[in-house]
Design a protein around this ligand. Structure first.
Ligand SMILES: NC(=O)c1ccc[n+]([C@@H]2O[C@H](COP(=O)([O-])OP(=O)(O)OC[C@H]3O[C@@H](n4cnc5c(N)ncnc54)[C@H](OP(=O)(O)O)[C@@H]3O)[C@@H](O)[C@H]2O)c1
Length: 337
């Protein structure tokens, strides 16, 4: 049956301006890293995407190597595109990336002009798209001159393959250099995509200052630490969880004493606000306006509904933010990991 989206979808969550650009992004965006390869049934994928859009999530984030296997998430997205999304292309912001190993040999990895342009052409073919809204360099390349990588991004925009460009996993210093170079090339840096959650706060040590100064947007990935900040691992490993299903990136040994201490204490704050730990974790990453969007993953539609509801609840108070700060400091300093 053809898909008819929820008519009230634009009343479900706020949209935030991405840096000083004209582009607004939903406060929650959906990533297709896990759950869109060959492990997840196609019907489940379809329900996740439809639930997201029905609830106002207009931004889907991909990369050349999302799967498994590599390329499969984009390939599946191309089928979803034909079945559901073609009529809504102009209501969607679709991103992809290149920067990690994708194909054998010296041209399928890192940050050369050769790799970025050919990878994006492959991505467009897999996704059945003429252009992506945002194309990212996925990680800094220590060997390719930054001028070459940024020059490739600028070329990609001028050639019409992408409307905007971003970088991911770049340090504060690398970001400042990239932003300045792109500005000189007449193609502003739209956005940075770093990891950020209660367990990994590296962006607070310089990167957010650079983004504020340069007026670049910020979409933070893994705001739930891959599921560790949902409370689902507090009493074991559920059979349908990421650690049980696909432990390549999230492993049992990442459930440590620091996490148990933090989630036990944080759960009490969530309870006092009559919300879930996942909702608290999402409100926390979005507390600073420099963060444009929190980029979540979901293995089932219900998770999206729960996560979106976080944005309909009152913002964290200064007192709650300070209590969370104390918990996170105690977790990192007083608990041996
Ligand atoms: N640029 C980069 O280098 C980079 C790196 C990593 C990710 N990303 C992007 O960020 C996106 C999100 O990453 P992520 O998946 O690690 O994000 P995440 O939101 O921290 O974790 C998502 C996982 O948590 C679980 N979950 C989500 N909501 C839940 C809820 N309400 N209750 C219980 N469990 C819940 C689900 O896992 P289970 O149900 O399977 O346990 C879900 O797949 C990726 O898809 C990708 O687009 C980018």
């Amino acid at each position: 049956m053809s898909y008819i989206p929820n008519e009230t979808r634009y009343e479900c969550l706020p949209y935030r301006r991405c840096g000083n650009s004209g582009l607004m992004l939903p406060a929650l965006s959906l990533g297709l890293w896990h759950n869109f390869g060959n492990i997840t049934p196609f019907e489940t994928q379809q329900q996740i995407l439809r639930t997201a859009f029905d609830n106002g999530i207009t931004h889907f984030d991909l990369a050349n190597n999302y799967g498994p296997p590599y390329g499969e998430a984009e390939r599946n997205f191309g089928i979803h595109m034909e079945r559901d999304w073609r009529p809504f292309r102009d209501e969607l912001v679709i991103s992809t990336k290149a920067g990690y190993d994708m194909w054998p040999g010296p041209y399928g990895n890192w940050g050369s002009r050769k790799y970025l342009i050919s990878s994006l052409d492959q991505s467009l073919r897999r996704m059945h798209l003429d252009y992506v809204d945002i194309f990212y360099h996925h990680r800094p390349d220590p060997d390719t001159p930054l001028e070459e990588t940024m020059g490739a991004l600028a070329h990609i925009v001028r050639s019409g393959r992408a409307l905007y460009v971003g970088i991911s996993n770049y340090s504060a210093e690398q970001t400042a250099a990239a932003a300045s170079m792109l500005r000189q090339m007449g193609v502003p840096l739209l956005i940075h995509q770093p990891r950020y959650n209660m367990l990994d706060r590296w962006i607070e040590n310089g990167l957010t200052d650079v983004l504020r100064k340069e007026k670049v947007g910020c979409i933070v990935f893994s705001p739930l630490a891959g599921g560790r900040l949902t409370g689902k691992y507090r009493s074991g490993i559920p059979a349908d969880s990421r650690i049980a299903k696909d432990p390549r990136y999230l492993r049992q040994d990442m459930l440590d004493a620091r996490l148990s201490f933090a989630t036990d204490c944080l759960q009490k704050i969530a309870d006092s606000r009559e919300e879930t730990l996942s909702q608290l974790a999402l409100q926390w990453v979005l507390r600073d306006p420099v963060i444009t969007s929190a980029l979540i993953g979901a293995s089932r539609p219900q998770q999206i509904i729960e996560n979106i509801a976080a944005l309909q609840k009152p913002a964290l108070t200064a007192d709650e933010i300070s209590q969370i700060e104390t918990i996170l400091q105690n977790a990192s300093q007083e608990v041996s990991i």
